[in-house]
Design a protein around this ligand. Sequence first.
Ligand code: PLP
Length: 451
Amino acid sequence: MLDKESLRFLQQALEKLDAGFSSLPASPVQSPQSDRIAEVLASTAERLQDNYPYFHPMYAGQMLKPPHPVARSAYALAQWINPNNHALDGGRASSAMEKEAVAEIARMFGWTTHLGHLTSGGTMANLEALWIAGQLAPGKTIIASEQAHYTHGRISAVLQLKFDTVSCDAGARMDIEALQKRVAKGDVGTVVATLGTTATGSVDPLAEILELREKHGFRVHCDAAYGGYFVLAGNLASGTRRAFDSIPRVDSLVIDPHKHGLQPYGCGCVVFLDPAVGHFYKHDSPYTYFSSKDLHLGEISLECSRPGATAVALWATQKLLPLVPGGEFAHGLEQCREAALELHRRVAGDNRFVAVFPPELDIVVFAPRAGSLSESSALTRKLFDAAARHNLHLAVAELPVEFFASAIGDITRDRPRVSSLRSVLMKPEHREWVGTIWKVLDAATTEVFAL
Ligand SMILES: Cc1ncc(COP(=O)(O)O)c(C=O)c1O
């Protein structure tokens, strides 16, 4: 089930890396307690068996995706060096690789000038963006939609910034009229537009948000942690495409290579359009910035030590799969969206389910039809368990009933939210597997309805 072939390539690359240090005086390689390593690793493997099979297409639940073998191998290769991208002294090659990789991400969004770096994930990346937003508009409020990731409210509290939400439309996108009313109060410093919400993959109307900026002068931060790479997909609906085409005009953006970018965890990315915001990061480090006058990444990031291996893995992945429309990487995203459209089509056409709006990216949400929303929510839990018994792993999300709109018909609305099944079809293989996924879902549903 698991790829082992890449271990051969890793071995070859390790020989090559080793050769680069041949001028050093010999120092015997020490492997303390090597007799016990195999034993401990075997126990480790056994412990790791207690996981859902995130690497397999039948795992179609949360945003979990295996890294590409090249990312995994490059990350592992870098571990023999263990560079630290805080300062050039600690990670010379990997810092250069990070700058190149981030520049390629910025170019993907049409930015030729930028300031950016990798972070430990989307939370840290958004924290840095909101920190800058707060510095530029002290005392003003950060606005996000009710479906924005919870991190924005939390981060604002950490940064002691005022935070407020605006409602969503029936497609789980920021309601532009609600935003218009909110910004008219005159206290808004920054609007967070989510391009790809966590629960449903909905895309906020960025073009319209930017139009409002013209009049009200707030800053726009784009949280594209999950959805950002879809800018490369050639099969988005026109409204979604319009939002993605507007990204070059935002002030800052976040994208997570550890979501759709085929990277191991620990890889987020924040990018600012205006490199001048770098002055907010300015600080002295009397111990580390000594080896070069070139930019040390620690000078433009809040975290100090950061794994150079993350940059190495991302750089290698982008070498193999360049971030260009029409390329293999872009095609993978298109397949994910096709898989989601197909699953949604089947669910929406089956009277045993109520479906929300068609997916904008690759997340499908639905609930079993029942007499009331409480019964439907209880069935969701049962279906989640029944599917898992058949090796199909889905996720559950609590969603406002409004997202189900007309599909809900005469179901009694006895609660404001519906426990819904949620499937993130984020592996390109899902396109091929959607028929099998449907068959298993069908069998599990028959089972649950018969109880
Ligand atoms: C839109 C969005 N923003 C931010 C985050 C937080 O990212 P992380 O989990 O990498 O900290 C997520 C995570 O799912 C997300 O979907």
